[in-house]
Design a protein around this ligand. Structure first.
Ligand code: HEM
Ligand code: ZN
Length: 183
């Protein structure tokens, strides 16, 4: 996983729990002197270990932490890559563009990124069905990112995780229902 993702978790933990808490988590889960550099890759297990400890510290489940993290991560990614996000006029356009626009741009900017495969079907206004596949099985993180994107466009979203790799399915199927606030 790229350092930019770890930096997102670092910023979230420091904001919520303070610097000492982050130093503590880091010394437990990473080699001495670890400093995450956005464009470099680090072992996935390190991120999982950190997230698991955040879950324990905050008395949350791992899916709850990944979801909260994903939501925060969207604004973190947007801050670092504003031009990519500004290219989309609406929530639906952005979601439909994740695989073929956003992550393609990411693959140009980062060497050998580990990206999921995401295929979206725009069923009708207000409804997108997302198919997610990745050997990292970070579908809860994808959910969080979708909530983060909805917050960015100021709209309401509700998700229905209809099939999940964690239950042995080949891919996750996430139904995304969205609409204007107060609709
Ligand atoms: C990785 C989904 C938007 C850049 C990931 C991962 C997921 C994901 C689930 C974790 C890796 C995996 O599952 O295998 C999404 C979704 C998005 C979104 C659902 C929108 C709702 C963005 C945006 C950017 C971005 C806007 C940047 C402008 C990245 C980067 C990685 C990543 C840099 C890490 C790659 C690596 O570690 O090698 N994305 N993404 N994503 N995404 Fe996205
Ligand atoms: Zn899933």
């Amino acid at each position: 996983m790229k350092g930019i993702i770890f930096r997102g978790l670092e910023a979230l933990v420091i904001e919520k729990c303070g610097m000492a808490a982050w130093d503590n988590l880091l010394s437990k889960n990473a080699p001495d002197g670890r400093v995450y550099i956005s464009a470099q890759s680090y072992p996935d297990e390190e991120l999982v270990g950190l997230a698991q400890d955040v879950a324990t510290a905050l008395d949350m489940t791992m899916p709850q932490v990944l979801k909260a993290f994903g939501e925060y991560l969207f604004s973190h990614l947007q801050r670092h890559h504003p031009v990519i996000v500004e290219g989309f006029d609406s929530f639906a356009e952005l979601i439909m563009g994740i695989d073929e626009v956003i992550h393609i741009e990411v693959a140009k900017l980062y060497q050998e990124p580990n990206l999921p495969s995401i295929r979206c079907e725009h069923k009708q206004a207000g409804k997108i069905v997302m198919h997610y596949h990745s050997k990292r099985q970070l579908c809860m993180c994808a959910e969080g990112l979708i909530y983060g994107a909805a917050a960015h466009y100021g709209i309401n979203v509700s998700l229905n995780h209809k099939a999940c790799m964690h239950d042995g399915c080949d891919e996750c199927v996430i139904e995304v229902n969205y609409g204007a606030v107060n609709e």
